[in-house]
Design a protein around this ligand. Structure first.
Ligand code: FMN
Length: 741
């Protein structure tokens, strides 16, 4: 996407202009950017430019045209930055962030650049709350940029709307808006009160459907279920799927060797077949958690390489599988039934979709708006709804505003429904949005069903409008639970195992709901054993850990990796990447032992290390190279992989925290505190590693207990030194957190 530079497009030098840029992993920062753009359009004279992810910004910050400061003094960048991983930046800012960190940049590189920053995050991550946004603010200022407005913080857990509630406050309550007024009128000493602050005028926010031209062909095709694999539209769907690839996904060549040659967004998904899909939780337990084994075929690694440690593996322990789900036929049919009759009748006709790139000026006017250019060129409406449209997602408030214009005036309740949809998108009605959409988990289908004037005669809802409003299907992430070394077959095929908790339940009003992707995965084998699914593999926070000795390591260095103990801490499905790490360590160790024997090496068997000064407790833990502190509810209900740990009992110890087996709840962090001295001595004194996976609160409390124990046991109570030690361990790959909400 190419942008105009501020100087070339500001309508006059006294009108402020801003370029909107965002970084997002799951789309919320983009939704915030879109909402802000709409509000600014309604309430200010600002010229809005751009509306793009950081790494697609042209010119980038660093290429920002210098020497035109006079013209640009009232231009600013409006930035929306989400945090992911353990306090790190999202993929869509990776390149920009790398460039910004270059040591060679002078401290006035961004002089004259003004920015307003809204950070998105989750306070459950503790000190890592909005870490990425805060780091960006510091770096921009180090390079001479100035912040023209107090930094805004959005927390997922803020009552009545999460990040969006915080965003509205940031915009309205004299932060962003007042800064803009000062930019527009630099000599104003007092902030003007905004007029039309509660506008419900939709003329400025009408959905522009002119990007698309849909031709309905005469052919009719019934089979939507495997439509994406049919010859007549396969290429179209593949182009759409490739565009949904995560930026950091591995690219495999035709032989599926990892390769970096394919440009991002032309990265077709891998095709997997379900080998097995079994329940991990007890049959009478209300949580359904599955162990799913996926077979990826036809990926020949270099067969000349024989030992697992030398062979190029298709993924690394702790990597992430990004799965492209599809909507179940029943939900698609229900959605179709909520559409105007004219659309229902063409649901199975072949469609040809043309996308028109708008002229630059129009593009700016439709900033962050209504054009997704990558829908498949050939499909049916039913196929599009099955594979491409995220109709199971809750509509954002801006989406409700967008569809309000299609409430038919010919329907008795048309005007009232339009006003209702508009008010649901207003800041003042955020509690209503929370009650109606979030708490009741209403998705697109539910909303279209409830607002029946949208399908009434005269609604004007067309396929073009749906293409403009409904968001594209978003692939979902799952940590890989298997060890790559033992999952790779001699012919190059490989297996990926997942541990998936199926999201399902009942809302406060008694409506049942389920999570799209976990439900999709849970039903895969049940439907049809030949079903294939599409996925990518990408690195997660545990990627690149020192698990596998490199070929250049000396024998004694190789030995060290196996001798150093590892502490894994996890709860629930957080055990998935930890299982991958533990099994991989054991697989590499076994392979190494075999090759040591073959080499007639004099290396002694891998004996457990002991510590002369140890307490009884330490001596017990010290016998094991793998410690797992695992939290679940009950031993007989959801103690995942218990049998496997039993088989490894000579090499590992599990400290389970069963939260519901006694009157008072017990969590992993309490067991870490209880065993703190033994754990810390064993891990720290043997140059071990610590990996945590699961919910952000569990991860934070566990880390705090570990730091506390390290300070107490090893550093005379000096917490600062303990914190520093963990930072150093992190830099060496010896401490990592993979947390998700
Ligand atoms: C895997 C994962 C890791 C996260 N890590 C952090 C974190 O370290 N700090 C934080 O404040 N928020 C963290 N979050 C919360 C996100 O920043 C928050 O959900 C945000 O609204 C997502 O915005 P996005 O949809 O634009 O990516 C994390 C979320 C996920 C899914």
């Amino acid at each position: 996407m190419t942008m105009t530079t501020p100087s070339s497009s500001s309508s006059s030098s006294s009108t402020a202009s801003c370029t909107i840029v965002y970084s997002t992993q799951t789309g919320r920062a983009r939704a915030c950017a879109r909402r802000t753009a709409r509000i600014l359009r309604e309430k200010t004279q600002l010229t809005l430019l751009g509306g793009t992810p950081f790494d697609e910004l042209v010119p980038s910050f660093l290429d920002y045209p210098h020497g035109q400061q006079q013209q640009q003094q009232n231009h600013f960048f409006l930035l929306f930055v989400s945090t992911t991983g353990d306090g790190v930046h999202c993929d869509s800012i990776a390149q920009t962030w790398k460039s910004l960190l270059k040591k060679s940049l002078s401290s006035n590189k961004l002089q004259g650049v003004q920015f307003a920053l809204f950070c998105l995050g989750d306070r459950a991550y503790g000190p890592q709350f909005c870490a990425a946004g805060r780091k960006l603010a510091v770096r921009l200022m180090q390079l001479g940029a100035t912040s023209c407005c107090e930094v805004g913080y959005g927390d997922d857990n803020t009552p009545n709307g999460g990040c969006f509630a915080d965003l509205d406050r940031w915009i309205q309550q004299q932060l962003l808006l007042s800064s803009i007024i000062l930019l527009e009128q630099p000599n104003t000493s007092t902030v003007a009160v905004m007029t039309n602050s509660n506008t419900t005028d939709t003329t400025t926010t009408r959905v522009d459907t002119s990007h698309y031209k849909v031709t309905v062909l005469q052919e009719q095709t019934k089979d939507a279920m495997d439509q994406w694999q049919q010859d007549w539209c396969q290429e179209s769907y593949q182009a759409f799927f490739a565009h949904q690839s995560p930026m950091t996904a591995y690219r495999y060549d035709s032989q599926a060797n990892s390769t970096n040659n394919t440009p991002p967004q032309q990265n077709k998904p891998l095709i997997a077949q379900v080998e097995s899909n079994t329940r991990l939780t007890a049959p009478d337990w209300d949580q359904n958690t599955r162990h799913i084994r996926l077979q990826l075929t036809g990926y020949n690694n270099n067969k000349k390489q024989t030992t697992p440690t030398e062979r190029q593996l298709p993924y690394q322990a702790g990597d992430i599988a990004t799965i492209m789900p599809c909507n179940p036929p029943t939900e698609v049919e229900r959605f179709i039934q909520t559409l105007p009759t004219a659309l229902q009748t063409i649901a199975d006709k072949v469609l040809h979709l043309d996308y028109y790139q708008q002229q630059q000026q129009q593009q700016q006017a439709n900033l962050l708006g209504d054009a997704f250019p990558h829908w498949p060129a050939h499909c049916t409406l039913r196929g599009w709804l099955t594979y491409c449209a995220d109709i199971h997602a809750p509509p954002e408030r801006e989406d409700l505003r967008a569809i309000s214009q299609f409430c038919s005036h010919e329907h008795d309740m048309g005007a009232a429904q339009r006003d209702k949809l508009l008010s649901l998108s207003e800041t003042a009605a955020s509690a209503l949005y929370v009650d109606y959409i979030l708490r009741e988990k209403r998705c697109w289908t539910d909303v279209l069903y409830d607002f029946d004037s949208l399908r009434h005669l005269g609604s004007g809802l067309t396929v073009e409008a749906l293409l403009a409003i409904v968001p594209p299907m978003r692939p979902r992430d799952f940590s890989i639970a298997s060890a790559p070394t033992t999952s790779t077959k001699p012919d190059g095929d490989f297996v990926v195992e997942l541990c998936v908790a199926v999201v399902e339940g009942t809302t406060p009003l008694g409506r049942s709901y389920h999570g799209l992707c976990s439900h999709y995965l849970s039903t895969l084998l049940l439907q049809d054993s030949t079903t294939v699914l599409q996925m990518w593999i990408r690195p997660g926070s545990f990627h690149g850990l020192p698990l596998t000795p490199s070929q250049n390591d000396t024998t004694s260095e190789k030995r060290r990796w196996f001798e150093n103990p590892v502490l894994c801490i996890g709860a629930g499905t957080g055990v998935a990447p930890l299982r991958g790490l533990i099994l991989e360590r054991e697989a590499v160790r076994a392979a190494q032992q075999k090759s040591d024997v073959a080499d007639s090496s004099t290396i002694a068997p891998f004996a457990a290390t002991t510590n002369g000064d140890a307490t009884n407790e330490t001596q017990t833990l010290n016998q094991y190279d793998n410690l797992l502190v695992f939290g679940c509810r009950k031993r007989d209900a959801d103690y995942y992989y218990q049998n496997e740990w039993t088989q490894l009992q000579n090499r590992m110890v599990v400290i389970p925290a069963f939260s519901r087996e006694q009157a008072r709840k017990v969590y992993v962090q309490q067991l870490i505190k209880q065993n703190g001295e033994a754990i810390v001595r064993h891990i720290m004194e043997n140059d071990g590693a610590i990996y945590i996976a699961g919910g952000p609160s569990m991860a934070r409390y566990s880390k705090e207990e570990l730091i506390d124990a390290t300070a107490r046991v090893l550093l005379d109570g000096d917490e600062k030194k303990a914190n520093l030690l963990f930072k150093k361990m992190q830099a060496r790959g010896r401490f990592r957190v993979e947390a998700w909400s």
